[in-house]
Design a protein around this ligand. Structure first.
Ligand SMILES: [Fe+2]
Ligand SMILES: [Fe+2]
Length: 532
């Protein structure tokens, strides 16, 4: 055996896209019920629309104003491939299509027959594939709804990991197409690993970013055919990755990796918030990447279940390095609010902790407290959301992600309990997409346009943000999570100009803070701060 073949690393510019049925695996595509609704109401509809008029899709993706819209983004005509995927979906995912129709029928049943009287008799009318998988209930105002028994759905044939794969290819620039509307069709120079996400084989593969292995061992483990094996060999290198030096200085250090992804280190403990990472390649925009993480990440914190905050692509590649993953506690069974704990467990993650509002974890050199997060979910009852108040040595940092200060009194209560924050990190995507952009496939009745437009995934504007800054007597204010880093384009679909409202509002916040002697900045690309 060639000696160099024994000590190979996975190149840092190999993109690994988790896919389900060829669609990018964002977190609503993993739980069976949200997956079912996205298959029928997003994927099949987009595919039909493309097949009817591919030119319209071509034109729309050239238009920046249409970024993030339901248009397929291909570099050439792929009608044949899309038709094949559509036909395969109709054939292979009959069970999910049936589940989606069953959810519609259950909603119809509740609208027609749940009128305030006992619901017992309705159980016999629950569509067959949902029987035994739901509880139907009223709220105290006699509004009917249902909750899904998610653990049973995952254990049923409705959850099949046979459709899961990871596509490996080389990435050299930030221009990835918007993945929620564009499937990843088979292409040259890519390897599709038909291996379920839960498999430990991925941990060995992604472990090769820092731990060398032999080509032959990896080829055999991944069961690559000759063609894929020779391509895979080009994805490996003998070049050692740059060594990571943990921060062992006084106090603490934080590093901004883009969007809401921040690494905290203190006293030998590392905490990574909302992991969304760039691969390593030449670019004009300097950034931290996968190469700039410790070998062990003690805690990963997830703020909420939006694809720019829980990016499955990044998490899967970090799984083997994560000590404990902290997710917000879930309400249990609402279609729009799948459990992140169950989802991650199903995908092979270990040591998942759900934190409830105001619950704390102490890690010796600091602590993490989950803080209530209101808004930014189009007024849907979604409980899987938390901001985090993190104490590091003597420093107190408040990570608010996309929390929208719609109820200022909340922060009075939080401040009374936790005291001042030295620094806050606040998302100010204050226009936000309408409800239908993310949650539309889950609705079984059309929402009037005016209502849809009024209910948005919007964070705090200037007035709301300055209220939080004042409440916590912050010395430093960082606007983040703005979707500006181009390596997030594939999940964000946001393109700002200087005239965009979130830019105007956040600039005003920064100017006001600076005028008051508060350090303030809109983070972009990378940033490092030492808290000594
Ligand atoms: Fe969000
Ligand atoms: Fe966000």
């Amino acid at each position: 055996m060639d000696a160099t073949n024994n000590a190979l690393y996975l190149r840092p510019n190999i993109v690994a896209e988790p896919l389900i049925d060829g669609w990018y695996a964002w977190t609503h595509l993993i739980p069976p019920a949200t997956a079912a609704r996205n298959v029928t109401e997003r994927h099949l509809k987009i595919m039909e629309s493309y097949l009817e008029c591919p030119e319209a899709h071509d034109a729309a993706v050239q238009d920046a104003a249409m970024a993030g819209g339901p248009y397929m983004h291909f570099d050439r005509n792929r009608e044949g491939d899309v038709r094949a995927l559509r036909d395969r979906t109709l054939h292979d995912r009959k069970d999910l299509i049936e589940l989606s129709r069953a959810i519609e029928k259950l909603d119809e049943l509740l609208r027609a027959k749940a009128k305030g009287f006992s619901l017992d008799a309705l159980y016999a009318e629950v569509p067959p594939c949902l029987q035994g998988m739901v509880e139907i209930v009223y709220d105290l105002n006699n509004q009917p709804s249902f909750r899904l028994i998610e653990p049973l759905l995952y254990r049923s044939p409705l959850y099949s990991d046979a459709f899961q794969s990871v596509m490996l290819s080389v990435i050299s620039a930030d221009d990835r197409p918007f993945v929620m509307s564009t499937p990843r069709l088979e292409k040259g120079n890519a390897i599709q690993l038909q291996i379920p996400f839960a498999s430990e084989r991925y941990d060995q593969l992604f472990g090769m970013k820092r731990q060398p292995a032999s080509f032959e061992a990896m080829r055999d483990m991944l069961e690559l055919n000759d063609e894929d094996a020779s391509l895979f060999r080009t994805f490996l290198t003998t070049e050692l990755p740059p060594p990571y030096v943990n921060y062992n200085g006084p106090g603490a250090r934080w590093r901004y990796f883009g969007h809401a992804c921040i690494l905290l280190e203190t006293g030998g403990t590392s905490v990574l918030l909302d992991p969304v990472l760039s691969y390593t390649y030449e670019s004009d925009i300097s950034r931290y990447t996968y190469d700039d993480l410790p070998d062990v990440i003690d805690y990963v914190l997830i703020t909420h279940n939006h694809q720019d905050h829980i990016l499955f692509e990044t998490l899967l590649q970090l799984r083997h390095r994560i000590g404990t993953i902290i997710v917000p506690r879930n309400g249990g069974g609402a279609l729009q609010d799948p459990s992140l704990r169950l989802l991650l467990k199903q995908c092979g993650f270990r040591n998942i902790i759900e934190l409830s509002e105001m619950e704390e974890i102490d890690f010796g050199h600091g602590s993490i407290t989950a803080v209530p997060f209101l808004g930014e979910h189009a007024d849907l009852n979604v409980l899987t959301k938390a901001a985090y108040f993190v104490r590091l040595a003597n420093h107190k940092l408040l990570f608010l992600a996309d929390s929208c200060n719609i109820s200022p009194k909340l922060y009075e209560h939080i401040h009374r309990e936790l005291g001042d924050a030295d620094a806050i990190f606040l998302g100010m995507e204050c226009d936000g997409a309408p409800l239908s952009w993310l949650y539309g496939p889950l609705l079984t009745q059309k929402l009037e346009r005016a209502k849809d437009q009024s209910r948005r995934l919007a964070g705090s504007n200037y007035d709301r943000a300055i209220g939080i800054v004042e409440q916590f007597n912050c010395k430093e204010v960082y606007v983040y999570a703005m979707g500006q880093e181009p390596w997030l384009n594939h999940v964000m679909g946001i393109k700002y100009t200087k005239k965009s409202n979130p830019i105007i509002q956040s600039t005003r916040l920064i100017d006001t803070c600076r005028a008051r002697g508060i350090t303030a900045e809109r983070l972009f690309g990378e940033k490092e701060i030492l808290l000594t």
